[in-house]
Design a protein around this ligand. Structure first.
Ligand code: PNW
Length: 460
């Protein structure tokens, strides 16, 4: 990586609470829907669960020391809602507050900027029972009340807030394909869940802006995920299909926030199946993100399927493909990660340029980019050249996007630690640090040391 990035780019790595913390019932924490989902035989590969995970709840000081040794300037983590509010609402668990206070203080002590996600999928199980989770009318207010607790306790030191991580995954994988908690399979529920996720985000931002931002002076936004969709051929039909696929993926959530409403093509195709915002809701939602958070992993070809969709693949696909009339495919020439996600750096550049064009060049933070590869440590060292090649490619693409005028502000590697990869359990390893199952010893991979060089070269 010989290219120089603007000195203002924030360099970090990311994790999420359920994937690394463990301590699933420690010190008063309530159960989350992922705690429960993992108990159901067959939902997660090898019936793995996050009960212990990387034991970060007990070992966070070691992990912060590791981050410091890697030269990270920023660390994105998420707060476990049921650790702070065991029943999802009402009584606060002081031990949960103490844990995040200690983590935030340790990060600041190490000169690492905390980037805090409020919701990375571990919904309090109580709210699944009582409010029907993200399908319930009351859930957005419950989320805003939880966010208020976090701003109040942590906002004096946390200046970068992300409300919701990847509403698309929550809606499509949690309520459409049912492969993630709460495991519902439906053609209509994803759009209802998505609607409530957007409202929850906007209400939390409203609380922050009215009650905390003037005094605390931080930024708040949302992180959405999107793959790139490249037209399979140059035909107008395939080009339109690729555009439609991007609209059903990213504009579903970004259009309401940047333009005040769902994309026209979704409204036309879904009709009554897509809930509508009231004018008051539109007012609250429009402009509700101080930055554009983006998680990006891969690229697929999109072809028009107006005359018959192949239904698409379940995991890592573009949503409910029959609603879009899009067929997705990949090129046999593309290298693949262990997730079977294609490595296509130019797709990242094209996506960044698509976002800049559609949303008037907002400040963009790539809050996740990374790859799963499994390398065995040899003499306590991991030589993960595939991962280094991946980051070389994607960072070069990001650099090109900057040269083309994209307002790129930050880049976070997913992930700091090998961790619990949701329905794939511990079988997929995204970390730049190897965590040995059983012993939980942390070994920085070669990519971590390579990343330190990139940061040193580009840091202030
Ligand atoms: C993201 N898809 O998940 C999450 O934010 C992380 O928690 C996760 O570990 C990481 O990416 C790697 O998977 C995704 O099917 C899960 O397109 C599935 C998809 C995308 C992102």
């Amino acid at each position: 990586m010989n290219k120089q990035f603007p000195a203002t780019v924030v360099w970090g790595s990311a994790t999420s609470s359920y994937q690394i913390e463990g301590g699933w019932n420690a010190d008063g924490k309530g159960p989350s829907i992922w705690d429960v989902f993992c108990m159901i035989p067959g939902k997660v590969q090898d019936n793995d669960n996050g009960n212990v995970a990387c034991d970060h709840y007990h070992r966070f000081r070691e992990d912060v020391a590791l981050m410091k040794s890697l030269g990270l300037k920023a660390y994105r983590f998420s707060i476990s809602w049921p650790r702070v509010l065991p029943a999802g609402q009402g009584a606060v668990n002081q031990a949960g507050i103490d844990f995040y206070n200690a983590l935030i203080d340790a990060l600041l002590e190490a000169d690492i900027e905390p980037w805090v996600t409020l919701y990375h999928w571990d919904l309090p199980a109580a709210l699944e029972f009582e409010m029907d989770g993200w399908l319930g009318e009351e859930i957005s207010d419950a989320f805003a009340a939880y966010a208020d607790v976090c701003f109040r306790h942590f906002g004096d030191r946390v200046k970068n807030w992300i409300t919701i991580n990847e509403a698309w995954v929550v809606a499509i994988l949690g309520y459409g394909h049912g492969v993630f908690a709460p495991g519902k399979k439906s053609k209509d529920l994803p759009y209802r869940a998505g609607h409530n996720l957007i409202k929850a985000h906007a209400k939390a931002v409203d609380v922050y802006r009215k009650k905390y931002q003037p005094e605390q002076g931080g930024k708040i936004g949302i992180t959405n995920n999107c793959d790139w969709r490249e037209p399979l051929t140059d035909s107008p039909a395939d080009r339109a299909a690729a555009e439609r696929a991007l609209e059903f993926f990213l504009a579903w959530f970004a259009d309401p926030i940047y333009k005040g409403d769902y994309p026209a093509c979704m409204k036309e195709r879904l009709g009554e199946r897509l809930p509508a915002f009231t004018p008051e809701e539109q007012e609250l939602i429009r402009g509700s993100s101080d930055f554009f958070g983006l998680n990006h992993y891969t690229t697929m070809y999109a072809a028009d399927a107006t005359h018959g969709s192949d239904g698409g693949s379940v995991y890592g696909n573009g949503g409910l493909s029959e609603d879009q009339d899009v067929n997705l495919s990949i090129s046999p020439d593309w290298a693949m990660t262990d997730m079977q996600w294609a490595i296509v750096p130019w797709g990242c550049r094209k996506l960044l340029e698509w976002i800049a064009a559609r949303y008037d060049n907002p400040p963009v933070y790539i809050t996740e980019n990374g790859c799963a590869f499994d390398q065995t440590p040899i003499d306590g060292q991991v030589d993960d050249r595939d991962r280094i090649a991946f980051f070389e490619g994607y960072l070069a693409a990001v650099h090109e996007a900057i040269e083309h005028g994209v307002n790129m502000k930050g880049y976070f590697i997913w992930s700091l630690l090998d961790n619990f990869e949701w329905a794939s359990g511990y079988s997929k390893k995204f970390g730049i640090t190897h965590v040995e199952a059983g012993t939980l010893n942390r070994v920085p991979k070669a990519s971590a040391l390579w990343y330190r060089e990139v940061i040193l070269k580009n840091g202030l």
